[in-house]
Design a protein around this ligand. Structure first.
Ligand code: TRP
Length: 473
C-alpha cells in the first residue's frame, strides 16, 4: 500500500469513528462486523471445547448432537434474536432494557436481575475452568503434564485442582486479565480483543483438526460423532441439550441484551444472529473433529465427561509426534475462546453498575471482579478445602454449573420468549427486526414470530418440567 492510500484509508476510518460518536455518547461496537465478532466471541467459548465434546461423549454421540441442534434452532436462536432486538431498541443494560420495554408495573425486569445473578454464578465456575486452561498452556510448554498414560495425566490434573493455592492463583489471574480488557471499554477493549482472538482460534482449531483426522483409525471417531443412536436419550438428556444450547449461544441471562445495546441500528439482526449460530456450531463440530478421532485412534474412551479436556486430551496428544506442540496449541485455542466469552459475562454486571449506579467503568469492573473472586473461590476450592461441602448433593462448582444451565438460563429464556411473543406485540417486532422498514424481511419476521410465540416457550417448558422430574412422558 502506498503512502497516499494509507492516508486516505486512515481518514476513512476516522470518518467512521466520528459518525459513531455522533450516533451517541454511549460506547458501542464500531461496525456491523464488530457486532458479529463480539457476539461470536461471546458464543464461542469453553462451551465448544470443554462442554460440547464431553457432553456429546457422555450422552451417546450423534443423537445428542441432533437434539442439541433442534434446541439451538427452535429455542436458542429465537431467544438470541429477541435479546439483541430488545437491547438494541432500548440501548441499555439488561435490567434497564427490560424495565423500559415492559409496561409500567409489570415485573419483567426481574429477568434482568436473575441475569446479573446468573452472570456471577457462571463466571464463578467458568473462571476456574479458564484458570486450568491457562495453567495447562504453561504446564504443557514446560513439559509438566506430558504423558501418554491417562493415569499420570489424571494425577497431574488432580494435583492442580486439589491444591487451593494453585487453583486460586490461576482463577484470580484470569480475572485480572479479563478486567484489564473490560476497563479499556466496549470498542477498545472487547471488540479489539475478539477481533484478534477469533481468527487465532479458528486457525489453531483447523491445524489440530487436520492432525487428528489424519491419524490412523480416525474414522471411528467420526462415526461416533455422526452416527446417531437414540436408545440412550432420556428426559435428562433433553434438558442437558437444551441447557447447552442456552449456554452456547450465551442467552437466557442478558448477555445478548447487553451486547444488543451496543449493536448498530442498521444491523440485520436475524441474519447476523443466524450467522453467529452457524459459526458457533462449526466451531463445536470442529472441536469434536479435533478431539474424537484422536481419542479413538489411541484407544481411549470417548465418554470421559468433563475430565476429557484435562486428562484424556493431554494423554491423546502426547501419544502423537510433536505432541507437546499440539497440546500447547490446543490450550492456547481454548484460552482464546474462553476470553471472549468471559468478557461478555463480565460486561453484564459492569454495564448495569456503570449505567444504573453511575459508577465509572473502572470502579464497576473492580467491584464486580472482587465480588467474583470471592464467589469464584468457593468454586475454585470445591475440589480441595471445600470438597466436603455439598448443596443438593453437589459441590459448589457443580452446583453453579447445574443451577445456571438447567434452571436460570432456560427460565430466563422462557420469560423472554413469552414476553416477546405474547406481550410485546407483532408490530413492535416488525419495526425492530426490519430496521423500521429498511429491510425486506417480512417472511423471516413472521417465521420468527410464530416460533417465538408458540414453539420456543412450549418446548422449553416441557423439557424443563420433564428434565426436573416434574412431568414424565
Ligand atoms: N457461550 C459461552 C461458551 O460457550 C459461555 C457464555 C458467555 C455464556 N456468555 C454467556 C453462557 C452468557 C451463558 C450466558 O463458553
Amino acid at each position: 500500500m502506498d503512502a497516499q492510500s494509507a492516508v486516505s484509508r486512515a481518514e476513512a476510518a476516522g470518518a467512521e469513528e466520528a459518525r459513531d460518536v455522533v450516533q451517541g455518547t454511549r460506547d458501542g461496537f464500531t461496525s456491523k462486523l464488530g457486532v458479529i465478532a463480539a457476539t461470536l466471541g461471546s458464543a464461542v467459548g469453553l462451551g465448544n471445547i470443554w462442554k460440547f465434546p464431553s457432553l456429546t461423549g457422555s450422552n451417546g454421540g450423534a443423537a445428542f448432537i441432533i437434539i442439541y441442534l433442534i434446541c439451538t434452532v427452535l429455542v436458542g436462536l429465537p431467544v438470541m434474536i429477541s435479546e439483541i432486538m430488545l437491547g438494541r431498541k432500548m440501548k441499555a443494560n439488561a435490567v434497564t432494557t427490560l424495565r423500559k420495554v415492559a409496561p409500567k408495573g409489570q415485573p419483567w425486569w426481574l429477568i434482568g436481575v436473575s441475569g446479573v445473578l446468573a452472570a456471577f454464578l457462571i463466571m464463578a465456575f467458568y473462571t476456574e475452568v479458564a484458570g486450568w486452561v491457562f495453567a495447562y498452556i504453561f504446564k504443557a510448554a514446560f513439559g509438566a503434564i506430558l504423558s501418554t498414560d491417562p493415569e499420570v495425566t489424571s494425577q497431574a490434573f488432580v494435583a492442580l485442582i486439589s491444591d487451593p493455592m494453585q487453583s486460586l492463583f490461576w482463577q484470580w489471574a484470569v480475572l485480572v486479565f479479563i478486567s484489564v480488557i473490560i476497563i479499556a471499554g466496549v470498542s477498545k477493549g472487547i471488540e479489539k480483543t475478539v477481533k484478534r482472538s477469533l481468527p487465532l482460534l479458528f486457525v489453531l482449531l483447523v491445524i489440530v483438526g487436520v492432525r487428528s483426522l489424519t491419524l490412523p483409525g480416525a474414522s471411528q471417531g467420526l462415526a461416533f460423532l455422526f452416527t446417531p443412536d437414540f436408545s440412550a436419550v432420556t428426559g435428562a438428556t433433553l434438558l442437558t441439550a437444551m441447557g447447552l444450547a442456552f449456554f452456547k449461544l450465551s442467552v437466557g441471562m442478558g448477555t445478548m441484551i447487553t451486547y444488543g445495546s451496543y449493536a448498530r441500528d442498521d444491523q440485520d439482526i436475524p441474519s447476523s444472529t443466524t450467522r453467529v449460530m452457524l459459526a458457533d456450531l462449526t466451531v463445536s463440530i470442529l472441536a469434536g473433529i479435533a478431539i474424537f478421532p484422536a481419542v479413538f485412534a489411541f484407544g481411549f474412551e470417548p465418554d470421559a465427561g468433563p475430565s476429557l479436556l484435562f486428562i484424556t486430551i493431554p494423554a491423546v496428544f502426547a501419544s502423537m509426534p510433536f505432541g507437546q506442540f499440539f497440546i500447547v496449541i490446543f490450550f492456547i485455542l481454548a484460552a482464546s475462546a474462553a476470553t471472549g466469552a468471559m468478557l461478555s459475562l463480565l460486561e453484564v454486571p459492569v454495564a448495569y453498575l456503570n449505567e444504573q449506579m453511575h459508577w465509572s467503568r473502572l470502579k464497576a469492573t473492580l467491584v464486580t471482579s472482587i465480588v467474583l473472586a470471592l464467589i469464584g473461590s468457593t468454586a475454585a476450592l470445591s475440589s480441595s478445602v471445600l470438597a466436603d461441602v455439598t448443596v443438593l448433593g453437589m459441590n459448589f462448582f457443580d452446583l453453579y454449573d447445574s443451577v445456571t444451565s438447567k434452571i436460570l438460563l432456560p427460565l430466563g429464556g422462557l420469560c423472554i420468549s413469552i414476553f416477546v411473543g405474547w406481550f410485546w406485540g407483532f408490530d413492535e417486532i416488525k419495526q425492530a427486526l426490519s430496521n423500521e422498514g429498511a429491510l425486506q424481511n417480512q417472511t423471516i419476521i413472521r417465521v420468527f414470530y410464530g416460533i417465538v410465540k408458540f414453539v420456543t416457550p412450549v418446548l422449553l417448558a416441557v423439557v424443563m418440567l420433564n428434565g426436573l422430574g416434574i412431568i414424565t412422558f
